[in-house]
Each structure stands twice: as C-alpha cells, then as structure tokens.
Design a binder for this molecule. Structure first.
Ligand SMILES: Nc1ncnc2c1ncn2[C@@H]1O[C@H](COP(=O)(O)OP(=O)(O)OP(=O)(O)O)[C@@H](O)[C@H]1O
Length: 391
C-alpha cells in the first residue's frame, strides 16, 4: 500500500491506496502478485490510469515476478445495479489484458445491450449503451454448456463439443466462463497470452477453433475469490472486449450450478440453447434437473442432456462397470421431455487427453470416447444448422 501511495493522479493527488479498499492480495508460486481493490465508481477512470505505473512499482518488491491490479467499482449510494470490474486485469509491462480506455469499455455497455433493471451494467464513463446493439453481432448461435454439479466433465464436454463442431465444418468459438476454475486453456494446450489489436483482445487459435479463457489472462487463485459482481463484469468483458469476429457457433463453458455467471450470460446475449452434462448418479441428476429448470425459466431451449462417466470400460478385460449407475440421464431427459444427446464412458484416455492439451476428438477420434463425442457434436451441429435455417 505504501508503494501504491507513491503513484498519484496529477489533478487531485488521489492514489489507489488512499481511494481504494484492498479486497484481496495473492502471490502464487511463480511470484505473480494479484491485488484486487474496490474504488468509488466516479473515481474509477482516473484511478485506472494509475494501474500500469503502480503495477510496475509492485514488481520491484522482493520475489515478485509480475503484478496485476484489478479494480472493481462501487456505484454511488442509491444507484441501481451491482458493482463491476472497473477495468481489465493489468500487469506490469504487459498489454495483453489491458486494452486502452478499458475503464469505459470494461463493463461492456458501450457495445452491449441496455442495462436491465435486474442488474445489468453501465459504462463507467464515455458513451451510453446503444439500447439494441447486439453484443456479438458476428456470432450466429450461442450455446451454453452447463452442469448442476462440479466435476462431472462439463469442461471436457465443452472442449470436445467445440472442437467436434469445428470438425463438422462450423466456424466455432469457445468462451471459458467458468470464472472460478478456468481450465480450457490447459485442456486445449494453449500457452502465452492473447494479443491485443486496436484495443481488442484477439482469441487464441486451438485445434481449428477460437478460444478465450480467463485462465489465459489472470492468476487462477485471484479469480477463485471473485464475488458475484466481479464474475458478472469479467464475463461481460470476455463477451464484449474480445474480437470474436464471425462465428457459426459459440460454445460457452459455464461454472457448475446456477449462479451469477448464468444470470450474466442470459442477460447479456441471446442464448440459442443449452447442453447439460451430468453423471448418471442420482445426486448429479437432481442438480442437472435444476439446471434444466433454470434455462427453461429464462426461455433458453435445452438442446439435451449428456451422460458423462456413464460406465467404466476396463482396458484389461473389456468388462463394463457402471460406477455411478447407468442410464439415469437418459431416463431423466425422457422424464423432463428434453433430448438425450448421448453417453460417454469413464476412460483413462479421456482424462489424459484433458491433461495433455489434445482433445480426444483430435487425438483419438476413433476411440470409444472420441466416437461418443463426435456423435454428440454431430447431433448438436445438426440442431445448430436447423436453428440457423429457421431464422
Ligand atoms: N469421461 C471421462 N473419463 C475420464 N475422465 C474424465 C471424463 N470426463 C471428465 N474426466 C476428468 O474428470 C476431471 C473433471 O472434468 P472437468 O474439468 O471436465 O469437469 P467439470 O464438470 O468441468 O468440473 P468443474 O465445473 O468443477 O470445473 C478432469 O480431470 C477430466 O479429465
């Protein structure tokens, strides 16, 4: 905080330490420091201009290899709506996550839809939102991949589905909105940071698709402790500050459950459909049912349920063991009147493909898991094409 106090605005002499409240401070094993500060909304533009210099000062601390400052802004008392990140994460000496004028862009409203009374975002300064301007004008279809419960293979499904859709000939993007546990960059084997061109983040390319994950931009430990408004602001930025270009379909990997990210996404973009992933286990299915109900409430059609970890096929003897039961998701889909998209077995090569950064549909397309996911991708591609022809 002493170091932050040495960097002040020329006009009013404000510093990040004097005007901001420290929310969190983490240092990872590599010496990467991430500070999160809440600042008064009206001072956010002036204070965000100090972040680069302040981050450079922090980098001079012993054992610190890089420093990132994240500002979140409070609305003035009485103003409607939540607070939101005041500018994208900024690292000393790095441009990747800090497009110029980001304070005005970061809450996305300059290109986004009008803020809704239920918690939409406003720009921190600059032009007001264009009421009906679409957020992703070049993206024809947006599909969310969700699960009621964590660890059921939602991200693995999102990756193989997105790459599989690319293999089906659709121009595909993948947005990692699993803010508290972004993992897609690892599953796709991307490294380094996305470039910034003319103030807009460029998606990275992997296995024929475009991808952006918060894991490419900030320290994962910092994102894990973000609260609701910060999560919503970060998702807004990943939608509006990224140059997604023209896409046939965008897959959005949501966090597990039915929380802030889901709300933010459904308010911000017109979702064409949702794919829900579950294991056959009862407890996972109860949560999957909640997910289906949530999407139905916000009028997003559920394209179907995927049963992951459906059975374990022993690589030695070929015997199938139904570790979490079997067929539960198919029965649940029938009971809820939503399509069943297919079952994917529990296989060691699925786990290792996630760790190696080569999705199974690429690395072993003819394996049992590869075939299962290609079939699911084919069904979703058919649904996407049908939706596009009907509009
Ligand atoms: N069918 C499968 N067979 C073997 N391993 C799998 C399978 N599906 C997923 N896994 C492994 O299980 C772990 C969790 O998967 P994944 O990260 O996709 O789950 P998730 O639902 O996205 O979790 P969370 O939402 O909590 O981040 C990963 O290590 C992944 O490789």
């Amino acid at each position: 905080m002493d170091l932050l106090n040495t960097v002040r605005t020329p006009q009013s002499g404000l510093s990040l330490a004097s005007a901001g409240r420290l929310e969190s401070c983490t240092v990872d094993d590599g010496g990467r420091l991430t500070l999160t500060l809440t600042v008064p909304r009206e001072q956010a533009p002036a204070l965000s201009a100090l972040c680069d210099e302040a981050a450079k000062k922090l980098q001079t601390l012993p054992n610190i290899t890089s420093a990132t400052i994240i500002l979140t802004a409070h609305r003035p008392a009485g103003a409607p709506g939540p607070s939101a990140p005041a500018h994208p994460p900024r690292q000393a000496g790095e441009q990747a996550a800090s497009p110029p004028n980001a304070a005005a862009q970061s809450t996305g409203a300059s290109r986004g839809k009008a803020p809704s009374a239920a918690g939409g975002h406003r720009p921190l300064g600059g032009a007001p939102a264009a009421p009906d301007a679409p957020v992703l004008p070049g993206v024809k279809t947006i599909i969310a991949v969700a699960s009621g419960k964590g660890g059921v293979g939602k991200s693995t499904t999102a990756v193989n589905l997105a790459v599989g859709l690319g293999m089906e000939g659709l121009k595909t993007g993948l947005l990692d909105a699993d803010i508290h546990g972004p993992s897609l960059h690892r599953m796709l084997g991307t490294s380094g940071k996305p470039e910034v061109v003319e103030g807009r983040l460029q998606p990275m390319q992997a296995w024929g698709i475009r991808v952006v994950s918060l894991g490419m931009l900030v320290d994962e430990k910092a994102a894990m402790i973000w609260r609701g408004p910060m999560v919503m602001g970060a998702i807004n930025q990943l939608l509006t500050d990224v140059d997604w270009g023209d896409l046939d379909v965008m897959i959005v990997d949501l966090p597990p459950g039915t929380g802030d990210a889901h709300l933010s996404l459904t308010q911000k973009v017109p979702l064409s459909g949702a794919v829900i992933v579950s294991t056959p286990q009862d407890i996972a299915l109860i949560d999957a049912r909640r997910g289906v109900t949530m999407f139905e409430k916000v009028h997003v059609p559920v394209l179907g349920l995927v049963e992951n970890m459906s059975y374990f096929c022993c690589p030695n003897c070929g015997h199938n063991t139904e570790l979490f039961g079997h067929g539960g998701a198919r029965r649940e889909a029938e009971a809820m009147g939503v399509p069943f998209l297919g079952e994917v077995p529990l296989l060691a090569d699925i786990r290792s493909s996630g760790d190696s950064g080569v999705p199974l549909v690429i690395g072993a397309p003819h394996s049992e898991g590869g075939k299962a996911w290609r079939a699911i991708a084919h069904t979703v591609a058919t649904a996407v094409r049908a939706m596009q022809h009907s509009t």
